[in-house]
Design a protein around this ligand. Structure first.
Ligand code: IPM
Ligand code: MG
Length: 374
């Protein structure tokens, strides 16, 4: 029996293209693993009314971790229209399967490294090496939302005098999305960031929130971060408001090291940070829980490029690197990163986004070749 069982979920659009690239590289890495395909995505929403079928959840429960491609999500009106006729008007509601997976498996930590590999012509500046820790299960992503606002909820909210402003607004004209944080999740994400900083000998951890305005949620995160920071005297702790962070990331990205944030702010700054190092074609991520993890490139399914083997597989290959790290296969992980870095540095085999005309699979083959020589 193989040492690891890994679920492989290509999903939608270019998810398959980049998964095929990952397979080329996984072949030469020669991990003692069994890879098992699972269904996920838009196709299963249309035909089964569920983008995350029960059999896929079962598969994930039977595996050690999951490698995931990409998902197409559309607004609810469009989602309804595309449902198979037999599934129409049954009250089915589309929800993002990746957000569901994060919550279902309590994948509390979203790890998103953004490194400017030398030689990448798309680097915004040299020497950028940022790792984002994004809380992954709470905040606005919990999905506790109301529109119209039920009278009972309105009445309950009225205990806060600031609600008076809405007293005369019709309930159907009020939309509420709840930003929910728990102390435990705040502590956890900050702890993960500091532990990572300690293990990787990083210099600083910066908390990215907005406690001057969102006083209770961001405020609680700040309170916990300050306490935890004291346990790591060797690591510099800083605090920045999310808006200012966007400015500083554009101005002096080299000054930042580990960033830690809540779910929505973390989502936003991770796209910004990705663009500093070549865009989503280079941005990897891991959704990590206590006992399970789902690894996915940060990019989406880019439907217009689906099946053309045109897109950059580096994000996916660096995602495989994160998976190897998590499995404890550090040597293979380091070698894979070196292989990726050397292909980038040589700059001969590259996809269109980097100014080349190699295919997704050409790039993967080149990385595989380099890996074998290391
Ligand atoms: C990401 C994506 C997802 C998110 C979407 C696809 C639901 O933007 O992983 O960053 O918002 O978390
Ligand atoms: Mg995002």
């Amino acid at each position: 029996m193989a040492k690891y069982k890994i679920a492989v979920l290509p999903g939608d659009g270019i998810g398959k293209d980049v998964m095929d690239a990952a397979k080329i590289v996984l072949d030469v890495i020669d991990l003692d693993a069994e890879y098992i395909h699972g269904d996920i995505g838009w196709k299963f929403w249309k035909t089964e009314g569920d983008p995350l079928p029960e059999r896929t959840v079962k598969l994930l429960k039977e595996t050690d971790c999951c490698l995931f491609g990409a998902i197409t999500s559309k607004p609810s009106g469009d989602a309804q229209k595309e449902l198979a006729p037999k599934l129409q008007n049954k009250g089915l509601v589309y929800s993002s399967p990746i957000v569901k997976l994060r919550q279902m498996f309590n994948l509390h930590t979203n790890l998103r490294p953004c490194k400017a590999y030398p030689g990448n012509p798309l680097n915004y500046k040299d020497n950028i090496d940022i790792v984002i820790f994004r809380e992954n299960t709470e905040d606005l992503y919990v999905g506790v939302e109301f529109r119209p606002l039920p009278k009972t909820v309105f009445d309950a909210l009225m205990i806060n005098k600031k609600m008076k402003k809405f007293e005369n607004t019709p309930l159907e004209d009020i939309a509420v999305s709840c930003r929910i944080f728990t102390r435990k999740a705040c502590q956890n994400i900050v702890r993960q960031a500091f532990e990572y900083a300690k293990e990787h000998k990083r210099k600083s951890v910066t908390l990215v929130e907005k406690p001057n305005v969102v006083r209770e949620t961001s405020g609680m995160m700040l309170e916990e971060a300050r306490k935890i920071a004291q346990e790591y005297p060797g690591i510099k702790y800083q605090e920045t408001n999310v808006d200012a962070m966007c400015m500083w990331l554009v101005k002096n990205p080299q000054d930042y090291d580990i960033l830690v944030s809540s779910n929505m702010f973390g989502d936003i700054i991770s796209d910004l940070a990705a663009q500093l190092v070549g865009g989503l074609g280079f941005a990897s991520s891991g959704n990590i829980g206590d006992n399970y993890a789902v690894f996915e490139p940060t990019h989406g399914s880019a439907p217009k490029y689906a099946g053309q083997y045109k897109v950059n597989p580096m994000a996916m290959l660096l995602t495989v690197k994160l998976m190897l790290d998590w499995l404890g296969e550090k040597k293979k992980a380091t070698k894979l990163e070196q292989a990726v870095a050397s292909v980038i540095k040589e700059g001969k085999v590259k996809t269109y986004d980097v100014g080349g005309n190699s295919t997704t699979l050409d790039v993967a083959k080149e990385v595989a070749k380099k890996f074998e020589k290391l």
